[in-house]
Design a protein around this ligand. Sequence first.
Ligand SMILES: [Zn+2]
Length: 529
Amino acid sequence: MKKLCAASCTAAFLLVPCGLFAQQSPQLPALKQEAVAEVDKLQTLTQQMVDEIFSFSELGFQEYETSRYVTGILEKNGFHVEHGVAGVPTAWVATYGSGKPVIAFITDIDCIPRASQKPGVAYHDPIVEGAPGHGEGHNSGMAVNVTAALVLKKLMDEHHIAGTIKLVPGVAEELLGTKAFYVRAGLFKDVDIVLGAHVESEFSTSYGTGNGEWSGLVSVQYFFHGKAAHAAAAPWEGRSALDAVELMDTGWDFRREHLRPAQRSHRVIINGGDQPNVVPSEAAVWYYFRELDYPHIKDLYDLGNTIADSAAKMTGTTVDHKLVGSAWPPYLNKVIAETQQKNIEAVGMPKWSDADQTLAKALQKDIGAKVEGLKEKVDPLEEPVKKPTGGGSDDIGDISWNVPMVYLMYPANIPNLPGHSWANGVAMATPIAHKGSTAGAKVQAMTALDFFLQPQLVQQAWDYFKNVQTKDIHYETFLSPDDKPAIEMNKEKMEKFAPQLKKYYYDPARYKTYLEQLGIQYPTVKTNP
Ligand SMILES: [Zn+2]
């Protein structure tokens, strides 16, 4: 920034302070054009990243191959990488440049259990039966952010643009497992702006509470401890931990009627005992408690603990619990969103081919969704809804309450899909994901340039953050000082499937695309009988 400004200021504007002159940013349109051209030049690398990470298919906290691959690319390109940050082995921070502003890019890297799916095939056809797969499309996020970062690095070097780029992976996002820990570890302390990116079927951004379909949550596991005994010969000697789990679930379900409609809570029993003739001495249940804001989430968490304690009392067992994830509902920055929206509109939707549309429509038909193909238009930026209804969660929420942030939704998937399923993986290593990721990278790079070259915009984003967003609400973490990232989760599942998945890792040295490696005709759709 300083160097760009100095060169221009010396000519005709000797008396104009640099800051004022910088507001006009005469170089900005040209730099953005250059960024777009450079992203286009990296299309092959972008496609390879999409395909490679898709083929790794790693569950939360077990993203070892993915992190090794992505940090390898960044290190080769001169980024400094710190590994294993915030006590999470697969987390890292990659940095390039120096000074202010500091712009951080974040995007998730983990996948979904049992979502293995052949790309480009419009019906359920797993690569490895029962294995994890990118049934959320997180494999495309790093392709977006790394492509943008490589282009920005080139432009910063060539044009002497001051500032720092950071890249951070969303490890175990599906478990809401890390970002509160990142915040606690101070990863965003010196960061001015955060540009998050997430796969979608549309090209959009939002601010405030957006469409209102965000909840925050705590994710808690309850472990009941009883006493084993012969279930037929001496059941009176036993105390069943499974009884406690069932009574907790029943208690919660009765209480549900008397909770605010905004709450959403769900559970899975992660340990129901070993075999029927042994009174289960150990049993465990895992709850997600979702609500719209910190105090209500905290209330649900407290209520969950009370009901667990009561179930333990009823059954003569004991209980302890472990928080394994947490998330504030995201709140996004208006100044950054308005800036980003202009870039989204300038880039526009990718040009879909007939094959892309055929795949999309065939999949929508197969799963019984509305058949309308891929989106072709960008919608205008919408005002946040007045009354949020809640819905899913994302632990970027915690970051968004600590630094001005937006969440770019880039168009790399098919509309009307159920989410968290094999169907959401169908497009994710096809030209739909490749083109959508390239489009997303352009917007990420352009938006970063907006903030690198216009310091007053950074200031405005912080004014909104301080005077609007956090005027009355202050961030408090759900984590207690003893809570640690649940890094052992998914270890067994991944160890089971990794040897089978390895056979299908993408090899870009031998195959142009992953579709080519798998020998998949694009698109593969059911033929009518
Ligand atoms: Zn996600």
